[in-house]
Design a protein around this ligand. Structure first.
Ligand SMILES: [Fe+2]
Length: 505
């Protein structure tokens, strides 16, 4: 689909779904796709970006969109704004500040949404993120009493050799904190690729609804976008959330899978795709423990099954979790457990693709499959997955032609399960997955109320292409359990953005 077709489609979709007119965003200078793919050399942590970070810090929430819109009109670019937004969060929000730390975690998800949007709508995710940042800053100021990431105590930073020794020693133990000074020393002396593997290994524990793993992947992806010159402060924030180490059952699973990864066959990547093995593993995931599931993965790999068939089982398992615990009409957060199963799987799968180390990739594959039985029993997921198949059956669509998409999403308002069945029917009947994704994203733009709207949609729309064709329609259809429907209330930031721009043009 070309950009023109996308624009035409989303305009048609907006009309069909009663979403109103997003054309006001077209009056902002269009952001080109080239702008949105940042040059890592553009932004520096020096005086170039500092004034903009400061603006985001000191401007009151009720005036920030106006201030930013005025600067955009004068030439402020999308690229600088994205970097400043991320750095403001890193500098001002405690990494253990729960819900509101999502102001940092969501930046890359919003960026992905921006990349996928037509030029005229590309500002909307970042406008929403700016407003969310101010909410997070206010909550953090109240809870954490003005906490900010303090300057580095240079006297404590070890030499390059000593930093490596201390870092690796603590990192290998698994459940001991890695000293922050060693992290800073390593950041200054080791390459990004090596550091990523250390963080990915350590952060791929499933505690805290998967947020350590999510933060590692989101932080690395954002750094790839805004430039490695900002790594030190970001890695310090990561160290405080991730490098304390998994504990209790999470550590036992982490350690067990580290040992199991070493026992995978040497040719573990040379097997053949086998859909029957995916179904077998899915059956195990429904009833077995995370450790038993990991054991089954090693057996399948030894039997010549390709890793892709293993990942397919994880996506199919997460689809079942989503389908069995859809968001309730009056409580969208009721599905927060399955939602995080999807976003954690996205983080682990991305890290698997990004890692250059065989040891890391083996481990991430095992944690990715252990994730399904883990979330099956996680808070918010206790009722999610009994023995037996989810048995999602396709349902027919009555609306003609292009209106099929509108019918699918309108059904979300009344019956999420039926919306998933209609989506499956549409996709299996050669309907366009891209149109489902485009309309799902449009509804997030217009109706999303929380950072998880962006985190979830960006994750599952990205992962759709990574699932084998035999399973991907099922995965996309299952997302109807979480996505917004046209009857959801509008996002007030969209309304504010309209008024803001009317005031500055
Ligand atoms: Fe979250």
């Amino acid at each position: 689909m070309t950009r023109r077709e996308f624009t035409r489609h989303t305009a048609a979709g907006a009309a069909l779904l009663g979403l109103g007119d997003l054309a006001f965003l077209g009056r902002l200078p269009p952001v080109s796709a080239a702008d949105a793919r940042l040059d890592p050399r553009l932004v520096r942590i020096d005086s170039g970006i500092e004034p903009l970070v400061l603006l985001l810090e000191v401007t009151p929430r009720e005036k920030l969109l106006e201030e930013v819109a005025a600067r955009i009109k004068k030439g402020l670019g999308y690229q600088e704004l994205l970097a400043a937004l991320f750095l403001a969060g890193v500098r001002n929000l405690r990494p253990d500040n729960g819900h509101y730390y999502h102001a940092v975690l969501v930046v890359h998800s919003a960026h992905l949404a921006s990349l996928a949007a037509p030029d005229s709508e590309r500002w909307l995710p970042i406008f929403w993120s700016l407003d969310w940042w101010k909410r997070a800053q206010a909550a953090g100021a109240q809870r954490d009493k003005g906490w900010r990431l303090e300057p580095v105590d240079e006297a404590r930073v070890p030499s390059a050799r000593k930093a490596r020794q201390e870092f690796l020693e603590a990192a290998r133990k698994g459940d001991a904190p890695v000293p922050e000074a060693a992290v800073i020393g390593m950041c200054r002396s080791a390459g990004a690729g090596e550091l990523f593997d250390h963080f990915a290994l350590r952060g791929a524990d499933l505690s805290g609804l998967g947020h350590p793993a999510i933060f590692v992947s989101q932080a690395w992806r954002t750094l790839q976008t805004i430039g490695w010159q900002h790594a030190e402060s970001v890695l310090r924030a990561l160290a405080r959330l991730v490098l304390d180490g998994p504990h209790g059952d999470h550590f036992r699973l982490w350690q067990g899978n580290r040992e199991l990864a070493a026992r995978m066959p040497a040719g573990w990547q040379e097997g053949k795709p086998r859909p029957g093995a995916t179904a077998d593993l899915l059956a195990v995931m429904r009833q077995a423990s995370p450790a038993e599931t990991s054991q089954k993965v090693v057996e399948l790999l030894a039997d010549g099954v390709a890793p892709q068939s293993i990942w397919d089982a994880s996506f199919a398992g997460v689809a079942e979790l989503l389908l069995r615990q859809p968001a309730l009409p009056d409580n969208w957060f009721s599905a927060i457990g399955p939602l995080h199963a999807a976003t954690t799987l996205n983080a682990l799968r991305w890290a698997y693709g990004a890692s250059s180390q065989d040891e890391t990739r083996r481990f991430l594959l095992l944690q990715g499959t252990a994730l399904v039985p883990h979330f099956r029993g996680a808070p918010g997921g206790k009722t999610a997955m009994a023995a037996g198949s989810s048995g999602l059956e396709p349902a027919p669509i009555t609306a003609p032609g292009k209106e099929a998409i509108a019918e699918i999403f309108a059904t979300i308002d009344d019956d999420r399960g039926l919306a998933a069945r209609k989506a499956l029917g549409y996709l299996l009947d050669n309907g366009s997955a891209q149109e489902v994704i485009d309309c799902g994203r449009l509804l997030v733009f217009r109706k999303g109320q929380d950072s998880h709207d962006y985190k979830f949609s960006s994750a599952v729309f990205e992962d759709y292409a990574l699932v084998s064709p035999a399973w991907r329609a099922h995965y996309l259809a299952s997302c109807m359990s979480i996505l917004r429907g046209p009857a959801d209330k509008d996002n007030v930031v969209v309304e504010r953005a309209r008024a803001v721009w009317a005031g500055v043009r």
